[in-house]
Structure formats: C-alpha cells, structure tokens
Ligand binder design. Structure first.
Ligand code: FES
Length: 129
C-alpha cells in the first residue's frame, strides 16, 4: 500500500514539465523496467532555483521524482547532489519494499543534471556557477 503522501504526489505531481531556460539536464532510465526520467534544472548563484521533469514511469517513480523536485529547489549544488534515495523515501512516509528502487531514478537524474550544468560551465563562459 502507498502512503497518503505518495498518492498525493502521484495524482498531483509537482514541477512537471520542461524548463526552457534550463542550464542542466539529466536523463536516467532503468533497463529492468524501461522507466525513465529527465530532470531539468535552472541554477543561479550556485543554487538550484528551478526544477522540472518529464517521466515515463510507475506511480512510485512519479511520486519520488515529484517530491525530489520540491526538496531540491533552493538547495546549493552540493546539497542537491547529497539528497539520497532514503531521504526521498522518508519524505514520502515510506514506500513498499518492492518499490524502493524506484526512488533511484529521480535522484540519479538530478545528479546527472548537476554534472551537466558543471560541464556547461566549464565549456561555456556564458553560464556561470
Ligand atoms: Fe520502474 Fe518503478 S517499476 S521505476
């Protein structure tokens, strides 16, 4: 059974959609189930000021990515990449054991988006950290 918080984020996912001015993008797929997540971030002054996502996934992956976006907004880059799968599961008041792995997608995509941002900074002088 899913918690009320999981159901809320599944039915009303936060921060869904592309961010046209994103300066970091991360995409992760789970080869076992075929689900994937793409996370868009907008970073300003070393902080994640906007997060959006597109997803093709199960209810748990939608809920975990939704709550992750709320957790990441306002964080520094170091704080954002430090958000763990366990943090996400705790923020949702738990997940069924068989669905714990679904929390990996969003966190991995967020970390990849931060790496993408840092690489853009390295190669594009217009994007400042
Ligand atoms: Fe694939 Fe949940 S079953 S992410």
């Amino acid at each position: 059974m899913y918690s009320t918080t999981v159901m809320d984020h599944f039915k009303n996912p936060r921060n869904v959609g592309i961010i046209p001015a994103a300066n970091g993008i991360g995409t992760i797929g789970d080869p076992d189930c075929g689900d994937y997540v793409r996370i868009y971030i907008r970073v300003r002054a070393n902080r994640v000021c906007e997060v959006g996502f597109e997803i093709c996934g199960c209810p748990a992956s939608i809920a975990t990515t939704s709550v992750l976006t709320e957790m990441a907004i306002g964080k520094t880059l170091d704080e954002a990449v430090a958000i763990t799968e366990a943090d996400v599961v705790n923020a949702l008041a738990g997940l069924p054991e068989a669905k714990i792995h679904c929390s990996n997608l969003g966190t991995a995509a967020l970390r990849q988006a931060v790496v993408d941002y840092l690489q853009r900074c390295k190669h594009n002088k217009e994007v400042k950290p």
